[in-house]
Ligand binder design. Structure first.
Ligand code: TMP
Ligand code: ASP
Length: 237
């Protein structure tokens, strides 16, 4: 498929049209931002790792019954994906308290939940991606009540799968963020990425953070953490 003009540039990815109206090409960058773009930096090699990791997980998730946008990896940084309109919700699943959950509810990081927690943020940079609930999302016409149930089901299935997978790599899946999109025929599919940018991954034996929190919190060894999780993943597949 032929790469045509750039149609969008996000914080970590560029998106290009193709000669087929049903497909786009995503190109992963090394750029990293945090706190709604206030903090900016580069994580060398991140784009290559996130591209590969997302594609591996999406292929695996398809087999678990979670439909995804993944079509074909084209190069180190480029992937052909099905075109969707992104539903403007960040779907966050948490197994352990951390990040904004700990801050908002005043809990220590590391409190293990008895069952996973799902929450939604309204993807809107001007508003700072506020937390919203199902009723808000339906009232705002971002999604229908039936669609939100489909998304919850896919998100929990994804959690079951990823939690088990990472556990086999000696990594604890603390939380992660997903985005879903709608195809032209109305199907809801998993889109965006699954990577250390969008997940919290802690080394199970030492508790060391192996994800983007190293960048957000200036913990150092950022590139090494991304390389470490990727090499553990590759040994496990
Ligand atoms: P939070 O605790 O800051 O709300 O983050 C929850 C999870 O979502 C964490 O794994 C990081 C991920 N995340 C993103 O992928 N994008 C974002 O913009 C934010 C704020 C979090
Ligand atoms: N990527 C997000 C931003 O810049 C935040 C994050 O991942 O922490 O705003």
């Amino acid at each position: 498929m032929e790469k045509r003009k750039q149609i969008y540039e996000g914080k970590a990815k560029k998106v290009f049209a193709t000669d087929d109206d049903h497909f786009l090409i995503v190109e992963y960058k090394d750029d990293a931002t945090a706190f709604n773009g206030l903090k900016k930096g580069t994580i060398a090699g991140k784009g290559i790792i996130n591209n590969k990791m997302s594609n591996i997980f999406m292929e695996m998730l398809e087999k678990q019954g979670v439909p995804t946008h993944f079509a074909e990896q084209l190069s180190d940084r480029e992937t052909l994906v099905k075109k969707v309109s992104i539903i403007p919700l960040e779907v966050i699943v948490r197994n352990i308290a951390a990040g904004s959950f700990s801050k908002r509810y005043g809990t220590e990081e590391g409190l293990v939940f008895e069952s996973p927690v799902i929450e939604f943020s309204y993807k809107n940079d001007d508003l700072g991606d506020p937390l919203i609930n199902d009723y808000h999302a339906v009232a705002l016409k971002l999604i229908t009540a039936d669609e939100i149930e489909i998304i919850k089901n896919y998100a929990f299935k994804t959690n079951d799968f990823l939690k088990k997978f990472w556990s086999g790599c000696g990594i604890t899946l603390v939380d992660f963020k997903l985005e879903f999109g709608k195809t032209s025929d109305g199907a809801i599919i998993l889109a965006d990425e699954i990577s250390p940018d969008t997940s919290r991954l802690w080394d199970t034996s030492t508790g060391k953070k192996l994800d983007k929190d190293r960048f957000r919190r200036d913990l150092g060894d950022v590139e090494a953490a991304y390389t470490e999780v990727m090499s553990r993943l590759e040994k496990h597949i």
